[in-house]
Design a binder for this molecule. Structure first.
Ligand code: COA
Length: 345
């Protein structure tokens, strides 16, 4: 189509005729969206399934309820709903999207990837599509990746999505994990513009990967294989907790030190919504008021790759963000991986 060749030409002329690096291009947030299934399980529903209580879950995690997808709702359908909302919020035509990048650990299918499924559903014919597995740090790593493409002038408009159907990967007999997770999707549209600011700090600790695992089903060889149990999320809660409370504030401190920005200049810190105690601890360690740390895990639980982008959507739609506001986004999780990014709204 002519729209497709326009995009092609646009990207190529930009790359050939201008020194894009000199221009300091960054991806500006121009639209956000999120979506979660209607079905909700609260802590009392879980107390009927495992030995636990609403009081214990609230106190230890901050989670009150989580959304649980029905059979026909999968990672692709959730991602596509969030994507459409973000594109509409950006006031953009889907044909203008050059890149769809989906962070997920619960793809509906391994192949085709979720991003291609989203492309088909929303009709973003000109986009390059792929998925990225960064566990609960996934949406942060996807944002970093999209920003790198935009800074290089390779793409102009990127749709970054975090989407998870964790309910299908949860052992509903394990009270140590099933209380934490939920389903949902978040999305953001980034447009490359001159100026602006984006910076990132990321780390991976592969040798600690055993603290949070999920075996692939393609490893299961025979019926009643003991490994079948491992195709659900398994976690050493204490180890992950200790990792998160020390490494997340460290990454944020490093980021702000490198960028020569003081804590007071940050409008909001958006942290991966795993556990309220982890976020309160991070706020204390940074010496920042907890009111600068919006939270929604009470309503969603931990949605892994989706969590930061659902939260970003809520903060944007609250109307409290103003142009130029500096946001810190921070993620942590399986890998183990963690990191923090700075973005100017
Ligand atoms: N309901 C009631 N009791 C529970 C329970 C539940 N859902 N889960 C565990 N317990 C019990 C344990 O059996 C243990 O009992 P015991 O002392 O009789 O042995 C007791 O509560 C304490 O267990 P422990 O595992 O030490 O609890 P904890 O304070 O570490 O809290 C987590 C458990 C999972 C809430 C906490 O470790 C956590 O949030 N970790 C981080 C997890 C996370 O964020 N993961 C995702 C990262 S992306």
């Amino acid at each position: 189509s002519s729209a497709a060749s326009d995009v092609y030409k646009r990207q190529y002329t930009d790359c050939l005729t201008t020194d894009i690096m000199e221009k300091n291009m960054t991806g500006k947030i121009c639209g956000t969206g999120s979506w979660a299934p209607d079905r909700v399980w609260d802590n009392n529903d879980l107390a009927k399934m495992v030995e636990t209580s609403d009081e214990w879950i609230r106190e230890r995690t901050g989670v009150v309820q989580r959304h649980i997808a029905k059979e026909e709702e999968d990672t692709v359908t959730m991602a596509a709903q969030a994507a459409l909302r973000a594109v509409e919020d950006a006031g953009m035509d889907v044909e203008e999207i050059d890149l769809i990048l989906v962070a997920t650990i619960s793809p509906t299918e391994i192949m085709p990837c979720v991003a291609c499924g989203v492309q088909e559903r929303i009709g973003a014919e000109n986009a390059t599509c792929f998925d990225l597995n960064g566990a609960c740090t996934g949406s942060l790593l996807a944002l970093n990746t999209a920003q790198a493409y935009l800074a290089q002038g390779i793409y102009r408009n990127a749709l970054v999505i975090g989407a998870e159907k964790l309910s299908g990967l949860t052992d509903w007999t394990d009270r140590g994990t099933c209380i934490l997770f939920g389903d949902g999707a978040g999305a953001v549209v980034l447009r490359a513009e001159e100026g602006g600011r984006y910076a990132q700090v990321t780390h991976s600790i592969g040798k600690k990967g055993g603290a949070l695992t999920l075996q692939s089903r393609n490893q299961i060889c025979y019926e009643n294989d003991p490994k079948a149990k491992e195709t659900y999320i398994q976690m050493n809660g204490k180890e992950v907790f200790t990792f998160a409370v020390s490494k997340v504030p460290e990454a944020i401190k490093t980021l702000l030190y490198r960028e020569k920005i003081s804590y007071g200049d940050i409008r909001y810190y958006l942290l991966h919504q795993a556990n309220e105690r982890i976020i309160r601890s991070a706020a204390r360690r940074l010496g920042e008021d907890i009111s600068k740390f919006p939270m929604n895990m009470d309503r969603y639980g931990n949605t892994s790759s989706a969590s930061l982008l659902i939260l970003l959507d809520e903060v944007k739609k609250s109307g409290k963000l103003q142009k130029g506001d500096k946001l810190v986004l921070a993620g942590f999780g399986g890998g183990l991986t963690y990191g923090a990014s700075l973005i100017e709204y």
